[in-house]
Design a protein. Structure first.
Length: 299
């Protein structure tokens, strides 16, 4: 897919290499990327505290960085979450169902916050919609996803749908007692759950800014509002489990979506952001090697 973008003239490595000519934008993009990758560490720690898992802040850092590392190789942009959840379950065997619920909650909060940021900008930027009518169908798609993402968690807290979930998932949830305990813990700590969602909002904004500044660094000129509309859709495309880490998927989506609002260089900005993300993810390798060594000692 990267080759196709290059030979079709939508990906220009020269413009990516020349990003050093815009040091302020490049540094801002790198900083935004670092913050976008750091905030989920705190969200995981908060959710772990809600579920009374014996995880420290360093454990959240270790598990998240290992997830980022494996995300380079696993298809889709969320494959690392599966690895992080697996390691969390291994470290918290006595609370396995609770560990599984934070994996689902973590991904759900992140996606919901991303959709909310997108829909708010689309809803309150009428001139943007008037200038780019092709965006209007996306308003319906994102709005539908946001409604579904809001209603589905609420249904899980009702007794009737609760029973359906337990019957469908059975052993996965650890049975009725474990599942009900997990839900009760979320209900009993609304302030911490709100904190986790606030972190998700911050993470969504940093993700948008990371790609936005990289677009500016490769010579494109989108406004922040335009990136707020386009980038969440790019991130959703990146999660499709087709290529390792979603590479090529996000670049293709970025090229098309930014072109929809009259901005060229979408593939360039996303590919530059991809390089920075991979560099960050490689810092997860030492955590994996240390974690693997410690597991060997325990045996």
């Amino acid at each position: 897919m990267i080759g196709f973008l290059f030979f079709s003239g939508r990906l220009h490595f020269g413009e990516i290499l020349n990003s050093y000519q815009y040091p302020l934008f490049l540094i801002s993009g790198i900083l935004s990327c670092s913050l976008a990758l750091a905030t989920p560490i705190f969200r995981w720690w908060v959710l772990a505290k809600i579920q009374k898992l014996p995880l420290t802040g360093f454990d959240s850092l270790r598990l998240t960085m290992i997830g980022y590392f494996f995300n380079i190789f696993i298809p889709g942009g969320s494959g690392g979450d599966v690895v992080r959840a697996a390691y969390t379950v291994r470290d918290c065997k006595e609370r396995r169902p609770q560990a599984l619920t934070i994996a689902v909650m973590d991904r759900g909060l992140g996606l919901h916050a991303l959709l909310l940021v997108n829909i708010l900008v689309l809803a309150f930027q009428q001139p943007l919609l008037d200038s780019h009518p092709d965006l209007k169908p996306w308003l319906l798609v994102v709005g539908g996803m946001l409604i579904l993402g809001t209603v589905a968690p609420l249904l899980l807290f009702s007794k009737r749908s609760n029973g359906i979930v337990i019957r469908l998932l059975g052993r996965f949830t650890g049975g009725p007692d474990a599942w009900n305990e997990s839900l009760a813990l979320y209900k009993s700590r609304p302030a911490m759950l709100f904190l986790a969602y606030a972190i998700s909002i911050a993470s969504a904004i940093f993700n948008v800014l990371a790609i936005h500044y990289m677009m500016l660094a490769v010579g494109s000129t989108p406004t922040v509002s335009e990136s707020m509309v386009v980038v969440p859709l790019i991130i959703i495309a990146n999660t499709l489990p087709i290529t390792p880490g979603g590479i090529g998927m996000a670049e293709s989506a970025s090229a098309g979506l930014y072109a929809m609002i009259g901005q060229a260089g979408g593939a360039n900005g996303m590919f530059l952001a991809r390089l920075i993300i991979i560099i960050h993810a490689l810092f997860g390798l030492p955590f994996f090697l240390i974690n693997k060594r410690d597991a060997g000692f325990q045996k």
